[in-house]
Design a protein around this ligand. Sequence first.
Ligand code: AMP
Length: 475
Amino acid sequence: MENAKMLSTGLREECGVFGVYDLDGNDVSTSIYYGLSALQHRGQEACGIAVSDTSGPKGRVASYKGLGLVHEVFRESKLDELKGNIGVGHVRYATSGSSTVENAQPLVLRYMKGSLSLAHNGNLVNAYELREQMEQEGSIFHTSIDSEVIAYAIAKERIHSKTVEDAIRKAVKRIQGAYGLIVMSPRKLIGVRDPYGLKPLCIGKADHTYIMASESCAITSLGGEVIRDVEPGEIVTIDKEGSIHSSFIRHEVNHAHCIFEYIYFARLDSHIDNISVYESRIKAGASLAKSHPVEADLVVGVPDSGLTAAKGYSEASGIPFGFAFHKNSYVGRTFIKPTQKDRESSVKIKLSVLDSVVRGKRIVLVDDSIVRGTTIENIIRMMKQAGALEVHVRISSPPFLYPCYFGTDVPSNQQLIASSHSEEQIRSMIGADSLGYMPIEELQNMVGNLPICKACFDQKYPMLVPDHEIRNLLE
Ligand code: AMP
């Protein structure tokens, strides 16, 4: 149980993965640095880069990882030391209890077939069982993250498989859960997406350089073009000729793309599964204006996560859109702060209200979600202190009721304000004049026909979640 608990708390994370293969043989560490910087919103706790030279000795990998933001961990001199034309990188976001450098990625395994470097975004639901099984067989784990289970499973299968793709195909048959994976073998860059398509992954190209990334913003920020999304259950390989090989994990399941990517996680300029994140948030705001209209003078969004839906609300309602806040971008995300007290004070440090904008006005305040309720409560108080007459809160997602087992950092049920309070109770606790959430039936409209996982709102998980996972989260 101790182990399960440790493993479980160490798992809940939202991360970003990035991989590059330069066919001309140029060093890629700087490109990975910039790619990871574009994915920084997906994880600010730790990051790492592993590179190799495809024409050098097989299995030689140079890697470095550390705790902190990409620009804090990697100085120019460090990047200069990382020589190689193929590489993977990772940014990590984890909850408390596991912020050690050992748990940072990419993981680099050296074994009889050379080396294997792996960057993983997502969470497995059967990692505990697999790890126990592997430990009984003699495996020694160096981290408390489930990604190591995947790396070991691949390395083990590789010994008896003809290709690394075959090994991946066999290994992922044993794992259950969500994964966007990038694997670097001595001569190949391989991307793998779980059969449900829970986690995003796409491929792109800039001249003779191939790129794989959690989000398209990391490809376009390097001046590259997006080729396409990796499909659910697909294994995509880039080899030294620059050919893209595709094969599939045989696992018949219904696709279930995480809707929270569109609601909150992903960067505004990304396209995931051919859908613009920006457009999906505009639609969310517009549908909120229809389902929860109100008489008001100004629509404002909580920076940055509520701004686009606020614009959508304004367009659909005809109420003018405005900026009501100054955001200090040099402070980390408030959600990260481990204790409630830290979280409360850091909202103020991060945001201040423009009193000349809100004074004497009836305001519609839009945010993407309420988790514990801390952010919105503090913002409403600040707005009223600045002279706002009324604050009508509109949330561009349904009430957040159930934990996520697939890698979204969500606190336990007790901390999810909506799971223990009615909407009217929440309205009164946060001090809003009215409160309206997006109706769950409207959620699908954000992304057209794309099949989605919305289990955090309706508890319909796309796969079985083991009991101990549930127990750990409820504790
Ligand atoms: P809270 O203050 O706990 O209600 O958190 C709500 C704020 O956190 C909202 O402004 C969201 O944009 C943001 N948020 C929602 N889900 C997450 C998540 N999984 N990780 C980080 N931030 C989140």
